[in-house]
Design a protein around this ligand. Structure first.
Ligand code: GLC
Length: 387
């Protein structure tokens, strides 16, 4: 039995955190890994974990990670920020040691920073479970480079949520694996026949944030030959993104495309079940894209951005359509094609359902367990080897 502590900096119920919640639940069902969660903030994820009986520790602190951003903070603030980070990392290290951990698993880039110090303090190896593509387009060139190097130096092993994410990392000499964030088995969705063009309902699920490209869908809707019956945006704003929601509402009014914003929902499966077409159109390559699998499982006809994780999920024109990220007219053309053709929607939706079954949480748990095991064995044989 491996005792693993999973560390993250946010308790927001957004993609990476929900993936962690499902992973810990699956590990808890098995007997290979005893997993617990350590967070540096309280919030909805803590409640969700507790509800599932996963041990959680919230490590209270007043470290402000913004003090570490170069822009806008003077050298003094930066030094003070770094000192606070070290103090926080050491504190977390005692929590990791108290938990009797064999290994610490960082779930975010901020957790990687804190975890590097904590793992050292606790004398356990650090594994980095990466949910973001560590690329210049997302982090900016210098920071992406720094994170890659830090990851390589600090982590003894790497788990990536897709091959696209893995390709952005330095893994030389480090055990690494892809563990797609799988879904939990859910009830089968009864789906009525795909409706006629004028009755089509479109849904887009995801955090409202510029890189997810909700504005791209709005612009594409304005170009459609046949307007759908309804369009729903399901998703909340978590990380200072409220302005984007206001911007989207303004844009929808300006383009005269009637849409509904539902805000955050804990479980989007009903929203998918009530939709005929699901759109994913992130403008930056999506690291994985759990909503794409969720939409497919519900039997929606899917259009997804042709970059990153979705290209590993959707078999082009078989389980869904893929369009170039940010290409408004290509998205409009794909939607026009789907709206006009119920038979195409039916075929894609049926194949999507089958494909979604390839992404189960048990496989995720198995991949992560295998990697943790490799890291710990390697460590044991390194320390047994004569120096
Ligand atoms: C992050 C990524 C998303 C992925 C999720 C789970 O939220 O942006 O693509 O699905 O993590 O790994």
């Amino acid at each position: 039995m491996i005792t693993a502590v999973f560390l993250t900096h946010t308790a927001a119920p957004s993609g990476a955190e929900l993936a962690t919640l499902r992973l810990l639940t699956a590990l808890d069902r098995g007997d290979a890994v005893h997993a617990s969660m350590l967070l540096t903030e309280d919030g909805p994820l803590v409640t969700l974990l507790r509800r599932r009986g996963i041990p959680v520790t919230v490590w209270r602190n007043d470290f402000d990670s913004r003090s570490l951003t170069i822009a806008g903070s003077g050298p003094l603030r930066l030094i003070r920020g770094a000192a606070e980070l070290v103090r926080l990392g050491r504190g977390l290290g005692t929590a990791v040691a108290d938990a009797g951990a064999d290994v610490l698993v960082a779930q975010s880039t901020k957790a990687l920073l804190m975890g590097a110090i904590a793992a050292r303090r606790a004398g356990v190896p650090l594994v980095w479970q990466v949910h973001d593509r560590i690329s210049g387009e997302y982090f900016g060139g210098p920071l992406a480079f720094g994170l890659r190097v830090l990851g390589w130096l600090a982590a003894r092993g790497v788990v990536a949520n897709s091959r696209a994410t893995l390709r952005t990392l330095l893994t030389r000499g480090r055990p690494h694996t892809v563990a797609y964030p799988g879904l939990e088995p859910g009830p089968a969705v009864e789906r009525a026949a795909q409706p006629a063009p004028e009755a089509v309902r479109i849904v887009m699920v995801g955090r409202l944030t510029p890189w997810k490209g909700q504005d791209v869908l709005l612009r594409a809707l304005a170009l459609l030959r046949q307007r759908p019956l309804s369009v729903r945006f399901v998703g909340g704003t978590f990380f200072d993104e409220q302005n984007y929601r206001a911007e989207l509402e303004r844009l929808a009014a300006e383009l005269a495309v009637p849409v509904e914003f539902t805000g955050h929902v804990d479980d989007p499966s009903a929203a998918f079940a009530e939709a005929d077409i699901a759109v994913h159109c992130s403008v930056t390559a999506e690291p994985f894209g759990q909503v794409v699998v969720e939409a497919m499982r519900a039997g929606c006809a899917v259009v997804a951005a042709d970059a990153g994780g979705p290209t590993e999920i959707v078999r082009r024109d078989r389980d869904g359509l893929l369009v170039a990220p940010g290409d408004v007219s290509a998205l409009a053309a794909a939607l026009d094609r789907l709206i006009a053709d119920p038979a195409l929607r039916t075929r894609l939706g049926a194949s999507a359902r089958e494909r979604a079954a390839d992404f189960g949480i048990e496989a995720t748990a198995e991949a992560v367990t295998g990697l943790l095991d490799t890291v710990l064995r390697r460590r044991a044989s390194d320390s047994a080897a004569p120096r």
